[in-house]
Ligand binder design. Structure first.
Ligand SMILES: [Zn+2]
Length: 246
């Protein structure tokens, strides 16, 4: 009997202790799951999006908008605001003084560019048609290489093409490198930035304007800086065939 009572009592104690611990666990779990979630989600979101957005996404997502502010108010931005990360990245890009070529390694490019930029500019990728930010938008101003800032086109020569990529009928002379591209069973002319060799797109002879040329460029490869820069005051070129290799 006593033994039974003892075991019953100990069972009751164990049971009580068990339910207490369960209650305590539940009590401590519920705030633990909700509180830290709330506490974590807000600051983590903030701290997670800010640093990742700034170095990685800004070159892609804020291409049209960040330089806009920098270009719109150059005195204010240089005096009171820190330099736009994209412009700062272009400014400190290492260039060989003898050749004028950008001297970054593949690994350094990968660190500087967003994944999309790296895939298209450095690995000759292509963005899907009608998905780029600039295929049907843009306007006056400069269109610079997103990798190195080289001025490639101006808004004077941009037109909306049904192809679904940003199109230009001429380029600023000497800023493009042309190369024959025989991939996918086609013969095309690839266009690259002459300064950093970044892949921009291809050039075709079906342009609707007087040059008959259509530079078909990935949005990701270029940055639009609104302004008044006009190609009318510059030497331009409209080349369709890559020069023969020697
Ligand atoms: Zn470039």
């Amino acid at each position: 009997m006593l033994r039974n009572f003892r075991s019953a009592a100990s069972l009751a104690i164990v049971g009580l202790a068990g339910s207490l611990t369960l209650a305590l666990t539940l009590a401590s779990c519920s705030p633990r799951t909700s509180e830290p979630k709330q506490a974590a989600s807000v600051p983590v979101k903030d701290s997670a999006t800010q640093p990742t957005k700034q170095p990685t996404k800004q070159p892609t997502n804020s291409e049209p908008s960040t330089p806009q502010t920098a270009a719109a108010q150059p005195p204010a931005s240089t005096e009171s605001q820190p330099m736009d990360p994209l412009l700062a990245a272009w400014k400190d890009i290492p260039i060989d003084p003898r050749t004028g070529a950008v001297t970054l390694t593949d690994e350094q490019w990968q660190q500087r560019l967003s994944p999309d930029q790296y895939r298209i500019l450095r690995q000759k990728g292509t963005e899907r048609a009608f998905t780029g930010k600039l295929w049907d938008k843009g306007g006056p101003g400069e269109y610079r290489c997103a990798a190195c800032g080289n001025l490639l086109f101006t808004g004077d020569d941009k037109f909306v093409s049904e192809c679904g990529w940003p199109a230009f009928d001429k380029a600023i002379k000497g800023t493009i490198r042309y190369e024959s591209d025989r991939t996918y069973g086609m013969l095309r002319t690839e266009v690259m930035c002459s300064r950093c060799d970044g892949h921009l797109g291809h050039v075709f002879n079906d342009g609707p304007t007087d040059t008959g040329t259509r530079y078909c460029i990935n949005s990701v490869s270029i940055v639009h800086i609104p302004g008044t820069t006009s190609s009318k005051n510059m030497e331009t070129e409209a080349i369709i065939e890559a020069p023969a290799k020697k």
